[in-house]
Design a protein around this ligand. Structure first.
Ligand SMILES: C[S@@+](CC[C@H](N)C(=O)[O-])C[C@H]1O[C@@H](n2cnc3c(N)ncnc32)[C@H](O)[C@@H]1O
Length: 246
């Protein structure tokens, strides 16, 4: 990987001679990097480029946003002022927008995804719905080769993404960019009938719960494991695990 992408994205922009605004929009350069570095995973990105409308519609009507609001009200994310937060695999922004509605302190939020189409949609939604005017930047990137320096974030959140990649590799890369003392909020899929249907629709593979627990333990200390109420659609297929990087 070119060294320039191992550094903070903003620093990369400066080094390449961009101004700050350009540095926030490095997708074109990143796209080239993403596609050359990760041919297998790039397929998931182009898949979401194709199904972006179906996926976005599904996530608009499934009530996930409200369930996430309720989760964050009951379990505020442990973030301090100006915390650096990464949404890894933001899709069209369901989790990103929930963070923007619920974080009570100013943060610097970065959202990345493999698919440029979903990023464009997420960017539009954030422009309309960012009640606390948080600082948000988007970039195209792969959770297996994040274009950020080690320990670049205080909190990383991810939902519905690690099911597309080998679990240990995904955890290793996400843990790399979390600073010691930082947090990881993971909303993994859990095996169920609803999950089986979603696996076919969205072409992912749920990781076995034992493997998930062991992998989480290897990298983090689990703080809480939340089961969404069964009457919420999100509860049919997902849980929320908050973990601490010691
Ligand atoms: C089911 S969507 C979930 C999106 C969002 N996190 C949410 O909760 O609504 C899965 C997303 O993961 C992205 N994705 C899949 N593999 C990826 C990878 N290796 N790196 C980054 N994003 C990836 C897809 O492009 C897609 O947008």
């Amino acid at each position: 990987m070119p060294d320039v992408f191992r550094t903070n994205e903003l620093d990369a922009g400066w080094r390449l001679g961009f101004n700050t605004a350009d540095a926030f929009n490095l997708e074109i350069i990143m796209a080239e990097y993403v596609l050359t570095a990760t041919k297998t995973q790039a397929r998931a990105g182009s898949f979401y480029d194709r199904i972006e409308r179906l996926y976005d519609f599904t996530f608009k009507v499934n009530g996930y946003g409200k369930s996430l609001d309720q989760y964050f009200e009951q379990h505020p994310l442990p973030v301090s002022d100006n915390a650096r937060v990464l949404d890894a695999g933001c899709g069209t922004g369901t989790l990103t927008l929930a963070l923007l509605r619920n974080l009570q302190v100013p943060v610097k939020l970065t959202a990345i995804d493999l698919s440029s189409s979903v990023i464009s949609t997420a960017r539009k939604y954030v422009a309309k719905d960012n009640p606390n005017e948080q600082e948000v930047r988007f970039a195209q990137g792969n959770v297996l080769a994040l274009p950020f320096a080690d320990e670049a974030f205080d909190v990383v959140v991810t939902s519905g993404v690690l099911e597309y990649v080998p679990l240990e590799e995904g955890f290793t890369e996400l843990a790399r960019v979390i600073a010691p003392g930082g947090y990881f909020l993971h909303l993994p899929m859990r095996p169920s009938v609803a999950t089986r249907f979603l696996e076919l629709l969205f072409r992912f593979k749920t990781h076995p719960p034992e493997e998930l627990a062991e992998t989480t333990d290897r990298h983090f200390q689990i703080v809480s494991h939340y089961r969404f109420p069964p009457f919420q659609i999100i509860g049919w297929s997902k849980t929320a695990v908050l973990a601490h990087k010691l």
